[in-house]
Write a protein that binds this ligand. Structure first.
Ligand SMILES: [Mg+2]
Length: 477
């Protein structure tokens, strides 16, 4: 399901967007040059066609009309290939940082961080671990068939951003306009034919009222859950494997129960501390890029910046990871540390007060009047955080990996600057830097120009040719 990476298009950085724009501009420039020349060629062809029509009647006129389109097609294709930009001239550094707004880091006084997949980046071993533990919980606690143990985590099966139809047990990509992308719908581990999808959904559009918000809730009976968390990759894989097992063995099952059980099993892996204990026991196996996170934090500290951490993870787990990444004195770098914050509720719900936690995990009952360096706080909410620290607006830059809860709400509601950590972009950029990708995009743009120009021809032969071009473009997409 590698081609399902398209949900990331919504995360495309301006750098990549400008790369695409350059392709489009170059391709359309080529196309207009071709069109100008083609203007002459076409009139020649058309006059030939008219001459032909006078002598050979309608049938040969149709053939000539199609020939003229194919002649323009071949000309455009040759020209696009000749004028192809060299891949090195359009390639983008996969390790770049992309900005979509102008800001000076010198003016940014306060830097905030999420923890999981922001400061602590995990290896793929973690997904395998979560999958294995949740699968075993399904078997031992929820009495699912023993045969499920044969399934293992499939690393390239799914990407973030996919939707899951809880009642129909289908995983799919839905675009920003709520259209199901045909070819991306999977039942279990196998694709569902396009015709079947269209019949099931009465087309491809999914109305807003049956789309979930990102918590997986829906106001109607139906629900589409969107998986936006990097931790949800093993969940999608497990759901699909169990669906696959049930279908393969012709077992009658209720997809709604399956979704609930898998969700609970995955939650248990986190909540019951199984994952935390496993990671703490072999931290070097699970955490990557520790030295790079350390270098960023150290540099900010040396430049006198304020720093804070807001994470949903418990203190023990964060302490173990940060000690590995930074050292035992990591708390000296941070002015405020908040654990088990219960995001996204933390950013939207005003009701939960902060609570102090001791190093040993004991909860204290005193009222919090200020957030002090060296202390650890649990829960709380952003409104209280802003009141107690005064860290408001554009002087704050907060980094996180969750597009909605870490980033969108903060920017839209509170005016903080935000930085998205999107590990998938590195792989996406590498693909965009390949010769095959550059060639395909250039030709696709040129072909789109041809389709737009020639679709006004209403005769049957021209319509058939344009139809073929549309199918070619569809196949390229
Ligand atoms: Mg995170």
């Amino acid at each position: 399901m590698g081609h399902l990476s398209a949900p990331l298009s919504c995360l495309l950085s301006p750098g990549i967007a400008s790369l695409l724009r350059r392709h489009v501009l170059k391709a359309s420039h080529h196309f207009s040059a071709v069109s100008r020349r083609r203007g002459r060629g076409r009139s020649d062809l058309l006059s030939r066609s008219r001459a032909s029509a006078r002598t050979d009647r309608a049938s040969s006129a149709c053939g000539s009309s199609a020939d003229s389109l194919w002649s323009v097609y071949n000309h455009t294709k040759r020209h696009t290939q000749d004028a192809m930009p060299s891949v090195s001239s359009v390639s983008v550094d996969p390790d770049s940082i992309f900005a979509n707004n102008e800001m000076s880091l010198r003016d940014t006084e306060v830097y905030g961080f999420d923890y999981d997949y922001t400061l602590a980046f995990y290896s793929s071993h973690l997904h395998t671990l979560i999958f294995d533990i949740a699968r075993d919980i399904l078997i031992s606690k929820h009495r699912y068939p023993e045969g499920l143990r044969a399934y293992e985590y499939i690393p390239d099966f799914a990407v973030r951003g996919l939707h899951y139809d809880v009642q129909k047990a289908l995983l799919m990509k839905i675009d920003a306009f709520h259209y199901i992308q045909l070819g991306t719908v999977y039942r279990g581990l196998h694709p569902v034919p396009d015709e079947e999808v269209v019949a099931m959904y009465d087309g491809c559009h999914v109305p807003l009222e049956i789309m979930s918000d990102f918590y997986g809730k829906s106001s109607h009976g139906q629900s589409m859950k969107q998986f936006m968390d990097i931790f949800s990759l093993p969940e999608m894989s497990l759901l699909s494997c169990v669906n696959d097992f049930f279908m393969k063995h012709n077992i009658d099952y209720e997809p709604v129960h399956l979704h609930k059980d898998v969700k609970e099993a995955i939650r248990d892996v986190h909540v019951k501390g199984i994952m935390y204990r496993a990671v703490e026991a072999d931290i070097g196996k699970y955490i990557c890029y520790g030295e790079q996170s350390h270098a960023v934090l150290k540099k900010l500290h040396e430049h006198g910046k304020k720093m804070f951490l807001i994470t949903n993870s418990p203190f023990d787990f964060v302490d173990r990871g940060m000690s590995y990444i930074v050292g035992r004195d990591w708390r000296d770098l941070f002015d405020v540390v908040i654990v088990q914050a219960d995001k996204p509720g933390f950013f939207n719900d005003r009701r939960k007060p902060f609570r102090r936690v001791t190093d040993k995990g004991a909860l204290l009952w005193d009222r919090i009047h200020k957030l002090e360096k060296g202390q650890i706080y649990k829960q709380g909410n952003l409104y209280e955080f802003l009141r107690l620290t005064g860290w408001r607006g554009s002087k704050v830059l907060y980094f996180g990996d969750h597009i909605y809860s870490d980033l969108a709400d903060l920017t839209l509601k509170h005016g903080w600057r935000t930085g998205a950590i999107v590990p998938e972009l590195r792989e996406e950029i590498k693909i965009m830097n390949t010769e095959e990708y550059v060639h395909t995009v250039s030709w696709m743009q040129a072909l789109t120009g041809l389709i737009e120009q020639m679709q006004v021809r209403r005769d049957a032969a021209s319509q058939a040719v344009v139809g073929e071009w549309i199918r070619e473009r569809q196949a390229m997409r």
